[in-house]
Design a protein around this ligand. Structure first.
Ligand code: HDE
Length: 717
C-alpha cells in the first residue's frame, strides 16, 4: 500500500517541488534543523538560543513534561516520618535524569576546554585552495577545543603531554574540522598502532596508575620498541609538552593535505597555527605545582583572559609543496607523519587570523558534546594517503556513535552546520528533526527531494587520483628513517631548552621500574645525539651506549626562545602591597599594564582592602590564596620597606627559580633583599618610582617570557 500523504503536504507535480523543497528554496541559504530556521553563517548564539527556549522557557519550575512544581526539596512520603511513595513522579524523574547525566568521556583527549570565535581570511590562500572560508575578508564562526591527550576528564591541565588543538569552522559550504595538535609530528606512522600507543600511555590496567602521565614503564616500553616514535618523544620531552597557556601554543594539522584551487590545480599542504602571543611554556616545577594548586590552570587562564577582553589570537599558516608523483619535498616524505618540513625549507605563509573571544555558555552542551572529525572537509581541501590520516578518517565518526549515543549528534547545536543541511539520513537514537515527505532516497518520483550538486554548484568532488598497488602490510622504504629529524630537533634547541629536555628524559625514565626499558631507551637516544644520551645516562646512573646520529642542518624556527620582547596580552602581573604601600604607584602601574593588554592583580597579606591614608585598593589574592604560578611577574610596591613574611619569600623565591621577572619600586627593593632575592640578578627590575622607564623595562622583560640569563645562576645555587 502506498504511504499516506499528510494533509499539509502538497502533491508532487512533474513541474516542481513540493512544499518542503519550496520552503527550503524560499528560505534561500537557510537551514531547517529541528524545525527551526537559522540563517547561514549566523553565529552559534542563535542556535543556542533556539535550544535554550526549548529547555528554559517560562518562569515556573516544571517537570520535563512541563507540569509546574510546587516543591523540589521534599519527596512525597506517607507522613512526615514515613516511607517515600513510588508514585512521586517528580522524585523519580529528578533522580533518573541525574543518574544519566554523564556520557562516556573521550577515549583520548578527555580533558579539554573550548572557546568560540571567528576566523578571518586574508585571501592569499585562494591561489592554492578554492575553499570559500579562505576567500579574502570572509569571516567564519569557529569553535576551538584544546585538550590534553592521556588524562581523564578530571585530571590536571599542566601535565607533560601533547595538547589537542581542534578547530571547527562553520563555513558556508559545511563544517570543516582541522583536528590538530600542538606538535607537528606523531608517535606512529600507521593508524593501526593507535590503540597500542594509547594502551601504553594510559595508566597501567592493574592499578590505574599513573594518571595523565607518560612517566611510566608501559609508555617507555612502547616508544623504545617502536623507534618511529623518537621524534615525537623529543617534542613531548621538550618545553612544548608543558605550555604556558593555550594562547601561547602553536598548532599543527600534522598530516599533509591536498589543496585544490578553482582551476582544479592541486598542491600538497601542511597547516600551522601561529600564536600571536608567541610560543611559551611553563618550567617543570611550575607544571607540577600547578597540577596541585590549580589543576584548571589552562582553562582558567583562557576563560579569564576572554572575560577580561584579551582574546586568544592565532594566525593560520600554510606550507605548500608541489603535488609531485613521489609526494616528497627536499627528500622528506610528506606522507610520513613522523616528519616535519623545516620552515627554512618551506616558508609558512600566513593566510588568516583566528580570534577566540567568547566563552561557552554551558560546558556540557558545547565543550563536551562537540564532535570533531577529520573527515569533515569542504571543497578545496582533501586528504592524502598518509596511513595515520587514513585511519583517523574512520575513527572519529565511529567514536562519536558511542560517546554521543547514536548517529544524530550533528543535530546538537554545537555540531550543527551553519550551512543549509538537506540529507536523506533518517531516524535513529535522539532524532530531533521532524522530517517531512515519504521518500528519503534518490532519485524518487514522489517527494521533491534534495538534488545532487554539481561541482560548479559547490558539490564536493574529489580530484581524480590514480590508485594502484598490491595489497600489502608494509611501509614505504623512506619510513625507515626514525632518527634524523629527532636529531634535527635536538640540534635546533637553545642551551636552556636542551637542559630541559635532558631533565625531562631523566625524570620520566627515572620513574620507570624496569631497568631494560631505561637501557633500551638510552640506546635510542644514542642515535639522536651523544651528548643528550650521555647526560641522561649520567642522571640515571647508567653507562651511555654508542650510536650513529645523523648529520643535520639545524632549523632555528624549532626553538621557542624568542629573539626579542613580544606581546604580553593576557599575561598576569602581581603587585604585592601591605598597609602603607604606595597606592598611587599601583594605580599608575595598573594603567600601564592594562594598556598592553595584560592584567594586574593585587596581592596582600590579608583579604579586604589595602589602605594608605584615605585611599584604599581591593585585594585580589592573599599570601595564603596565591602561588607563584599565577604570575608572569611580581612587583613589590614601595612604602613597606620592613615587610617580611615566609610566604612572600617562597613566592618570590619560586619566581626567581623559574626565571620570571621580579621588580620593586622605591624602597620595595629592601623587601626583595629581605626575602633573599639578589636584586642585581638578570630580570630583577628596580626603579625609583612607577615612571615610564621602570614600567617599560618591566613590561618588555615580561615580553621575553623568561629571563634565561638567570638560569645558570639558578642552577649553580
Ligand atoms: Fe585523534 N582521536 N586519533 N589525533 N584527536 C580523537 O575522537 C585517533 C591523532 C586529536 O577536542 C578521538 O572525538 C586515531 C593525531 C584531537 O574533541 C578518536 C588516530 C592528531 C582530538 C581519535 C589519532 C589527533 C582527538 C577521541 C591515529 C593530531 C580531540 C574522541 C590514527 C593531528 C578532539 C574523539 C576534541 C580525538 C582517534 C591520531 C588529534 C578516538 C585513530 C595524529 C585534537 O576518534
Amino acid at each position: 500500500m502506498p504511504p499516506k500523504r499528510k494533509a499539509d503536504q502538497a502533491a508532487p507535480t512533474a513541474a516542481g517541488p513540493t512544499g518542503r523543497k519550496a520552503a527550503a528554496k524560499a528560505g534561500g541559504g537557510r537551514t531547517t534543523r529541528g524545525g527551526k530556521t537559522t540563517a547561514v553563517g549566523a553565529r552559534a548564539e542563535s542556535v543556542d538560543a533556539v535550544q535554550t527556549a526549548r529547555a528554559q522557557a517560562g518562569d515556573y519550575l516544571t517537570t520535563a513534561q512541563g507540569v509546574r512544581l510546587p516543591d523540589t526539596d521534599h519527596s512525597l512520603k506517607a507522613g512526615s516520618r514515613g516511607p517515600t511513595l513510588l508514585e512521586d513522579f517528580h522524585l523519580r524523574e529528578k533522580i533518573t535524569h541525574f543518574d544519566h547525566e554523564r556520557i562516556p568521556e573521550r577515549v583520548v583527549h578527555a580533558r579539554g576546554a573550548a572557546a568560540h570565535g571567528t576566523f578571518t581570511a586574508y585571501g592569499n590562500a585562494t591561489a592554492a585552495s578554492k575553499a570559500g572560508f579562505l576567500q579574502q575578508g570572509r569571516e567564519t564562526p569557529v569553535f576551538v577545543r584544546f585538550s590534553t591527550v592521556l588524562g581523564s576528564r578530571g585530571s590536571a591541565d599542566t601535565v607533560r603531554d601533547v595538547r589537542g588543538f581542534a578547530v571547527k569552522f562553520y563555513t558556508e559550504e559545511g563544517n570543516f574540522d582541522l583536528v590538530g595538535n600542538n606538535m607537528p609530528v606523531f608517535f606512529i606512522q600507521d593508524g593501526i598502532k593507535f590503540p597500542d600507543i594509547i594502551h601504553a600511555g594510559k595508566p597501567h590496567p592493574d592499578r590505574e596508575i599513573p594518571q595523565a602521565q607518560s612517566a611510566h614503564d608501559t609508555f617507555w616500553d612502547f616508544v623504545s620498541l617502536h623507534t618511529e616514535a623518537t621524534h615525537h618523544v623529543m617534542w613531548a620531552m621538550s618545553d612544548r609538552g608543558i605550555p604556558r597557556s593555550y594562547r601561547t601554543m602553536e598548532g599543527f594539522g600534522v598530516h599533509t593535505f591536498r589543496l585544490v584551487n578553482g582551476d582544479g590545480a592541486t598542491a600538497l599542504a601542511k597547516f600551522h597555527w601561529k600564536p600571536v602571543a608567541g610560543v611559551h611554556s611553563l618550567v617543570w616545577e611550575e607544571a607540577q605545582l600547578a597540577a596541585g594548586t590549580d589543576p584548571d590552570f589552562h582553562r582558567r587562564d583562557m576563560a579569564d583572559g576572554i572575560e577580561n577582553g584579551a582574546p586568544l589570537e592565532f594566525e593560520l599558516g600554510l606550507q605548500l609543496f608541489p603535488d609531485s608523483a613521489d609526494e616528497t619535498f627536499e627528500g622528506i616524505d610528506l606522507l610520513d607523519p613522523t616528519k616535519l618540513v623545516p620552515e627554512e625549507l618551506a616558508e609558512v605563509q600566513l593566510v588568516g587570523k583566528l580570534t577566540l573571544d567568547r566563552n561557552p555558555t554551558n560546558y556540557f552542551a558545547e565543550t563536551e558534546q562537540v564532535a570533531f572529525h577529520t573527515g569533515n572537509l569542504v571543497p578545496g581541501i582533501e586528504v592524502t594517503n598518509d596511513p595515520l590520516m587514513q585511519a583517523r578518517l574512520f575513527s572519529y565518526l565511529d567514536t562519536q556513535l558511542t560517546r554521543l549515543g547514536g548517529p544524530n549528534f550533528t543535530q546538537l547545536p554545537i555540531n550543527c552546520p551553519h550551512a543549509a543541511v538537506n540529507d536523506n539520513l533518517r531516524d535513529g537514537m535522539h532524532q530531533t528533526a521532524v522530517h517531512q515527505g515519504v521518500s528519503p532516497y534518490l532519485p524518487n518520483s514522489i517527494d521533491a527531494a534534495p538534488r545532487p550538486a554539481r561541482e560548479d554548484e559547490g558539490g564536493y568532488v574529489q580530484v581524480p587520483r590514480e590508485i594502484e598497488g598490491r595489497a600489502v602490510r608494509e611501509n614505504p622504504v623512506s619510513f625507515a628513517d626514525h632518527f634524523s629529524q629527532a636529531t634535527l630537533f635536538w640540534a635546533s634547541m637553545s642551551e636552556v631548552e636542551k637542559v630541559h629536555i635532558v631533565e625531562a628524559f631523566t625524570f620520566e625514565l627515572g620513574k620507570c621500574y624496569e631497568q631494560p626499558i631505561r637501557e633500551r631507551m638510552l640506546g635510542v637516544l644514542a642515535n639522536v645525539d651523544a651528548d643528550l644520551c650521555a647526560a641522561v645516562a649520567e642522571g640515571l646512573g647508567l653507562p651511555a651506549p654508542a650510536g650513529a646520529p645523523a648529520e643535520v642542518v639545524p632549523s632555528p624556527a624549532l626553538s621557542q626562545v624568542p629573539p626579542g620582547p613580544g606581546s604580553i596580552t593576557g599575561r598576569v602581573i602581581g603587585v604585592f602591597a601591605a598597609p602603607g604601600a604606595d597606592l598611587a604607584g599601583i594605580t599608575k602601574l595598573r594603567r600601564a599594564v592594562e594598556a598592553r593588554g595584560a592584567v594586574l592583580r593585587l596581592i596582600a597579606p590579608l583579604g579586604g582592602v589595602v589602605k594608605r591614608a584615605r585611599s584604599e585598593q581591593i585585594v585580589e589574592r592573599t599570601l595564603l590564596t596565591t602561588r607563584s604560578i599565577e604570575y608572569d611577574a611580581v612587583v613589590v610596591a614601595g612604602g613597606i620597606p620592613d615587610f617580611t613574611d615566609i610566604k612572600l619569600s617562597i613566592l618570590l623565591g619560586e619566581l626567581f627559580r623559574h626565571c620570571k621577572v621580579i621588580a620593586a619600586w622605591g624602597d620595595g627593593d629592601q623587601v626583595l633583599t629581605a626575602a633573599g632575592i639578589d636584586t642585581t640578578a638578570p630580570g630583577v627590575v628596580v626603579g625609583e618610582s612607577v615612571a615610564k622607564p621602570f614600567t617599560a623595562e618591566l613590561l618588555d622583560t615580561v615580553g621575553l617570557h623568561r629571563v634565561w640569563e638567570r638560569a645558570a645562576q639558578v642552577m649553580a645555587s
